[in-house]
Design a protein around this ligand. Structure first.
Ligand code: MG
Ligand code: ZN
Length: 356
């Protein structure tokens, strides 16, 4: 009688008690953006990879809607801005809302809170996707202005191509690499012959690693740095961060391969992204404080797969599509990313989880 009363009490109230536990919060967030990667691009990589892939090991899958403020077919500037700043803007707008007003990005908010910030890309560092996280301009084509804003941003660790926008400028004669050094960066230029491990750089310094003078080369032409530098950036941020970090990693050229309608190039860019993800997921699993999110900014090429035994890639356009793209998540707070939502919700969810 007493036992059943106690049990009844426990059964009635225990679920409420447990449901009021605060949700798990991450200390760090790694946001991976695979530019132009829709479900067919993923399907291709899955058919070419021994299962389970890293993506298949991530517990949470959701879908995001990618349209911009003025177009069902977004570009990478508007979709990058949606994820970085939480606003829909016009195609080509970076870090500004639909009225061209500057909006604080997740990196701006994170560094204000004392978190460390970084990005690693396989495009130039001033290209639309990374620039959405630190620049505020109405045209993604303003590369030299964007480079100047990167220098001002104070991002702790960044890596990618595009060194020339810092030293060979039409707008002025400023040597922005020198300005970076004046601002406490160790600058590693693309002409160096010896590889550097970012992990070993004195944590008193910020890090700017230029992987190419122009755009980095294609994976199919021998580009190899991406998986290793992604890990080195995580380790460099771990050394510097006492209040957590936010890192954006972009597999930039999946999109370029799809624009070019090149299945071979695309397959190797997907392979490079998967190699990076294998390492990053392994790294994230070593601690319990890091939320890993993997998504795309839009699909490119209206791609589909045909074939009987092995997949054959078929492109239907040379531009972006309006398809929804998947969001994979693992780590504390991952369950926030279940369901169907706007791309701007990625910002909202990350902001909430980091308490910014
Ligand atoms: Mg991009
Ligand atoms: Zn594109």
């Amino acid at each position: 009688m007493i036992l059943s009363a106690v049990l009844g009490f426990w059964l009635a109230y225990a679920p409420i008690y447990f449901s009021e536990d605060p949700p798990e919060k991450p200390t760090n967030i790694i946001l991976v953006i695979c530019d132009g990667m829709g479900l067919s691009q993923i399907a291709l990589a899955e058919y070419l990879t021994r299962p389970p892939s890293s993506l298949a090991q991530m517990e949470v899958v959701g879908l995001q809607k990618t349209h911009s403020a003025n177009n069902l077919e977004t570009d990478s500037a508007a979709s990058g801005t949606a994820m970085s700043c939480g606003v829909k803007t016009f195609n080509a707008g970076l870090g500004v809302d639909a009225d061209s007003q500057a909006v604080a990005s997740i990196m701006d908010l994170a560094s204000e809170k004392g978190m460390k910030t970084g990005f690693v890309v396989t495009s130039s560092v001033v290209h639309a996707t990374p620039a959405a996280f630190y620049a505020h301009v109405y045209s993604r084509a303003a590369y030299e202005a964007i480079a100047a804003q990167l220098v001002e941003s104070g991002i702790d660790v960044f890596a990618g191509g595009g060194e020339r926008y810092f030293v060979d400028r039409y707008a002025d004669d400023t040597n922005l690499l020198q300005v970076l050094e004046d601002r406490n960066y160790v600058v590693l230029t693309s002409d160096r012959t010896v590889g550097n491990n970012l992990k070993n750089i004195d944590p008193e310094h910020k890090i700017a690693l230029f992987t190419a003078y122009e755009d980095p080369e294609r994976a199919s032409m021998g580009r190899k740095y991406f998986p290793d530098v992604a890990i080195q950036a995580i380790e460099a941020l771990e050394k510097r961060a006492d209040k957590g970090y936010f890192l954006m990693i972009e597999a930039s050229q999946i999109d370029w391969a799809a624009h070019a309608n090149s299945p071979e190039w695309l397959a190797l860019e997907m392979q490079d992204a998967y190699d990076m993800l294998d390492k990053v997921l392994e790294k994230v699993r070593e601690d319990e404080n890091t939320l890993l999110i993997v998504t795309a900014d839009h699909e490119c090429g209206y791609m589909s797969l045909t074939g009987k035994r092995s997949p054959r890639v078929k492109f239907h356009t040379k531009v972006h599509s309006s398809q929804m793209v998947p969001v994979f998540a693992t780590g504390p707070g991952a369950e926030e990313f279940l369901g169907i939502y706007e791309n701007t919700a990625i910002f909202d969810k990350m902001k909430k989880l980091l308490g910014l």
